[in-house]
Design a protein around this ligand. Structure first.
Ligand code: DC
Length: 225
């Protein structure tokens, strides 16, 4: 049997990280973990409970009351995130959360909370995880690290299409501003900012089809197992 590895996928917002990560996990029979969903669910909890992001004490207490779980949905074939027993997979994709999540994800205590859980999930390997700090902080020894990027206009279009299906009132400017701001905060924060791991393979999918990028990634995985 082939050895099990960890595949760490990092990169800018709306680069198609989760699409590729899901496809790879399915192909390999691995667990897929969307680490961004964890930060989004925490942001949702903070929003609902009016947590003061400047108060370490309030944040620490809030985190003690948060339980995150990924549960596989056999109907759509993907795992969904549950916040204290509630399926919030759909809710966390809202623009309201997109506007708040980068500030929440920049908080040291929040990152320690999420990273500890992510490392536990990967302890037995056989996992594909996507995010911003997976290859640098969560699994610095991951056997395969990908750093995904794409032309920013293409990324805006992709995210706009996704959000427009849910909310036809959304404007492309709104999506563009949000993506730019999130990328700025994510790559400039003090604690584990988004950056390319030294040993990561860069995957620019601006001009690649989903099928082409999947094939490339499968070939890289094969070299490792
Ligand atoms: O991948 P996403 O867009 O769902 O991520 C939501 C936010 O969470 C993103 O703005 C940055 C943050 N994030 C992070 O800081 N570290 C991760 N490993 C994953 C996401």
């Amino acid at each position: 049997m082939a050895k099990k590895i960890i595949v760490a996928i990092d990169g800018w917002s709306s680069c198609g990280k989760s699409t590729l990560a899901k496809q790879l996990a399915k192909e390999l029979g691995y667990i897929y973990v969307d680490s961004g969903a964890m930060y989004r669910a925490i942001a949702l909890y903070f929003l609902r409970n009016n947590i003061d992001l400047t108060s370490t004490k309030d944040i620490t207490v809030a985190l003690k009351n948060i339980n995150l779980e990924f549960i596989f949905n056999a109907q759509n074939g993907s795992s969904e995130i549950f916040l204290n027993g509630e399926n919030v997979e759909y809710l966390i994709r809202d623009m309201l959360i997109a506007e708040k999540v980068s500030n929440v994800a920049a908080i040291k205590e929040v990152r320690e909370f999420a990273v500890a859980q992510q490392q536990k999930m990967g302890a037995k390997k056989g996992i594909v995880m996507d995010g911003r700090d997976i290859g640098t902080v969560v699994f610095p020894k991951a056997e395969l690290k990908l750093f995904m990027t794409a032309d920013s206009a293409i990324r805006v279009q992709r995210r706009f299409k996704e959000l427009f299906e849910k909310n036809p009132n959304i404007s492309i400017e709104e999506v563009k501003d949000n993506l730019e701001l999130r990328d700025y905060i994510d790559s400039n924060r003090e604690v584990s900012p988004l950056k390319q791991a030294k040993d990561a393979i860069v995957l620019d999918n601006s001009n690649l089809s989903e099928k082409q990028q999947f094939q490339l990634a499968v070939d890289w995985v094969k070299e490792k197992i």
